[in-house]
Design a binder for this molecule. Structure first.
Ligand code: NAD
Length: 317
């Protein structure tokens, strides 16, 4: 079973392994409704209580399929936590108050819910950060007052965006941040930001422990933005693990789970098998079973590319 961890000052307790629902939007290959329902059912059975989606994933398909699966499984609404996002759509970015206010109603309809637990401004480095501070977040506060959302979050890749916004909004306005690809074996730069986030009482969600497929045997999808050097180093590490009879994805997820200042690690999952593998990795870790030797060897292989990232968005922060 996945353990529960507190999320900042929200009072929410999230499973340490969170369910990334972007694959339910068929972005990593097609997923049938039956597979989606079985995957979500297995997630609940193994103690996962946190599901993350966005209107952007699969051009709204992820929200629709997640909503259908949650309804089919039939767990009471107050027993699980759902986050979705606003401001990023198949058609492009729009963080205006008008668009995000309309967006939540559309999301709630697709998810077949009355409220979401967390609404996050999605990939804010692609918009104006001052608009996020002055217009988007105040609009989300109104949604909070209306009971459509319980907590407010911001997401994105460059870590500087988080302090830019948090330094400019009243304390307690932004409840959580979602960072991705900055806390896995090849990149741990999120670590430096954690004391600051803790001092602000902001909850930390970290996504993409497999670095969006870099730390998997099958490798990243075609669209992955990493440099050829980073991709090659990760593939060398994956091949090394395979030769040793080890699973690099398990090693990578366990690595991310070890930092308990991070409330939940969001992994993209699209099959019962992946749910089982990922929860088993967490369970083994909780029992103290960790392959330090292979981890040290993989860290050595990845040393030349450690903390290498890629450009994202239009903001220089
Ligand atoms: P990830 O690092 O979790 O990798 C996902 C890929 O690995 C998928 O192809 C998945 O099928 C596969 N996978 C999952 N478990 C596996 C296992 N045990 N062995 C081998 N392969 C496995 O990256 P991700 O899906 O990009 O991120 C996870 C979630 O985090 C997303 O679904 C989304 O909810 C969230 N996220 C949010 C943002 C944002 O807000 N900007 C960015 C990235 C991710």
């Amino acid at each position: 079973m996945a353990e529960l961890r507190s999320l900042g000052n929200t009072g929410l307790k999230l499973s340490s392994v969170g369910f990334g629902a972007s694959p339910l939007g068929s972005v990593f290959g097609p997923v049938s409704d039956e597979e989606a329902i079985a995957t979500v059912r297995e997630a609940f059975r193994l103690g996962i209580n946190f599901f993350d989606t966005s209107p952007y994933y699969g051009g709204t398909l992820s929200e629709k399929v997640l909503g259908k699966a949650l309804k089919a499984v039939g767990v009471p609404r107050n027993e699980y936590i759902v986050s979705t996002k606003c401001g990023r759509y198949k058609e492009g970015f729009d963080f205006s108050a008008e668009r995000v206010t309309k967006s939540i109603d559309e999301s709630l309809e697709r998810l077949q819910m009355d409220y979401v637990d967390i609404l996050q401004c999605h990939d804010i480095e692609f918009g104006s950060l001052d608009q996020i501070v002055n217009e988007t977040i105040p609009a989300l506060q109104k949604l909070k007052e209306a009971g459509k959302i319980r907590f407010i979050g911001i997401t994105g890749l460059p870590l500087g965006i988080f302090s830019y916004v948090l330094d400019r909004v009243p304390p307690g306005t932004v409840d959580v941040i979602l960072s991705y690809c900055h806390y896995s074996i090849n990149d741990t730069t999120l670590e430096d930001l954690i004391p600051y986030l803790k001092s602000k009482g902001v909850g930390v969600i970290s996504a993409s422990p497999l670095a969006m497929g870099l730390l998997t045997e099958s490798g990243p999808p075609e669209w992955h933005p990493a440099s050829p050097k980073l991709k090659a180093a990760c593939q060398t590490a994956a091949a090394f693990c395979k030769k040793k009879g080890k699973d690099i994805s398990k090693l990578a997820l366990q690595y991310s789970l070890c930092n308990k200042d991070i409330s939940t690690i969001l992994v993209g999952m699209k099959s019962v098998e992946q749910v089982r593998l990922n929860v088993a990795a967490a369970t083994e870790l909780a029992k103290g079973e960790k392959d330090e030797q292979t981890l040290a060897e993989v860290e050595e292989i990845l040393k030349p590319v450690k903390n290498q990232t890629w450009p994202s968005g239009i903001q220089q922060v």
